[in-house]
Design a protein around this ligand. Structure first.
Ligand SMILES: [Mg+2]
Length: 377
């Protein structure tokens, strides 16, 4: 089997006539008529050209040699983002398409090729940003979810020193802590609760906030500081019993190595459709497992990639929860051509269908294109 062609689709799904969610899909074609689809997340406008250039390096290769195709591109891109960043994110879309082809070619779901599954259903947690926590938690429970996340950072907090300073003033600290306690009280003790700081504080501020939240039994506190300085994270993680979760802006196994070796976080959250793909994230989860660190991937992608993520989450024992961003998105299920909703009772339900087990609804996606655009280019 040989890869013959790779095309891309950029679709801006509209809500009330306005573009709202941008999805970036990769379609890989082979000489045996089997095709696969992937999705790249958090890429920029250069992504389509990058994908085309990268794909030219694996035309003629066997797509079932997923890791070899991946390395063929990655090593050629060492000077152009082969270590981290946009290069890896574009490559990730290709990697997911490779897995879809590989599964279909062998007539098995991708999780079988990743070593089989530990679970049939993959638990989601609902990212809720700054929404009303009482309403949201009631809805979350009603729809079968068992975990939720809210944002605690607020760039417009009136008690901030200025917009660049990352320290926390006493009044800002009080407002953050009060908010966290109100959320926990409002949602009850039994929902798993994560709170996100988006890396917008300095190390002292991060430590103060983490310390104040210790009695809330959080699932995690996310990114008290930015992720680049492992020693700063070590300091915070060791100083508090609040579980610290980081990793949505790290890439490849290499990006997680020092973090794990130094146990600088209690939980990791790689973004599977951005930081290297299914193979790479399974390996990252396996690295975390030997430190007894749970794997709770970040995810802001469409239903296609969310299902792709679920194959990885099913294949590792230390999976905790996968992020779900589109709680009120009426178009969520429309992007897939499927008889059943992807999410049932707060979980992604995996099937025995080959490859990723889902196909894009091209009729819907085509209807979302701007005038003059075609789906696959
Ligand atoms: Mg986050």
């Amino acid at each position: 089997m040989k890869i013959t062609e790779v095309k891309t689709a950029r679709v801006r799904v509209k809500i009330d006539g306005r573009p709202r969610y941008q999805y970036n899909y990769v379609r890989m074609y082979t000489d045996e008529g089997i095709y696969g689809t992937g999705e790249a997340s958090h890429v920029d406008g250069g992504w389509r050209d990058s994908t085309r250039d990268m794909a030219s390096l694996i035309i003629g290769m066997d797509p079932r040699d997923v890791d070899a195709c991946f390395e063929q591109i990655r090593r050629s891109y060492i000077f152009r983002g082969g270590f981290a960043g946009l290069g890896i994110s574009a490559l990730t879309g290709i990697e997911i398409a490779l897995w879809d082809v590989a599964g279909k070619a062998q007539g098995v779901p991708v999780y079988r090729l990743l070593g089989g599954k530990f679970r049939d259903r993959v638990r989601l947690y609902v990212d809720s940003a700054h929404t009303n926590y009482k309403e949201r938690s009631a809805e979350v429970r009603e729809r079968g979810f068992t975990a939720v996340k809210f944002d605690l950072d607020d760039a417009n907090n009136p008690h901030k020193l200025d917009r660049w300073n990352w320290s926390v003033t006493p009044d800002e600290l009080k407002s953050i802590v009060d908010q966290a306690f109100e959320i926990r009280e409002g949602i009850g003790a039994s929902l798993d609760l994560a709170l996100d700081l988006h890396g917008r504080y300095d190390a002292t501020a991060g430590m103060k906030i983490a310390h104040e939240l210790e009695s809330l039994n959080l699932m995690w506190l996310e990114e008290p500081v930015p992720p680049e300085n492992i020693e700063a994270l070590v300091k915070i993680t060791r100083a508090t019993t609040t579980p610290i979760c980081v990793g949505e802006n790290l890439y490849l196994r290499h990006g997680f190595r020092e973090l794990l070796e130094k146990q600088a976080a209690d939980i990791i959250m790689p973004d599977i459709s951005k930081c290297g793909g299914l193979s790479e994230c399974r390996k990252i989860a396996n690295m975390a497992e030997i430190y007894y660190i749970p794997f709770a991937p970040h995810n802001n992608s469409s239903a296609l990639s969310t299902v792709g993520d679920a194959h990885v989450c099913a294949s590792v024992p230390n999976f905790l929860a996968l992020e779900f961003h589109r709680f009120h998105d009426p178009t969520w299920d429309n992007v897939l051509d499927s008889d059943e909703p992807v999410i049932q009772d707060g979980h992604v339900v995996l099937t025995e269908k080959p490859g990723l087990g889902v196909e894009l609804n091209e009729e819907f996606l085509t209807s979302q294109l701007d005038d003059g655009e075609s789906l696959w280019e």
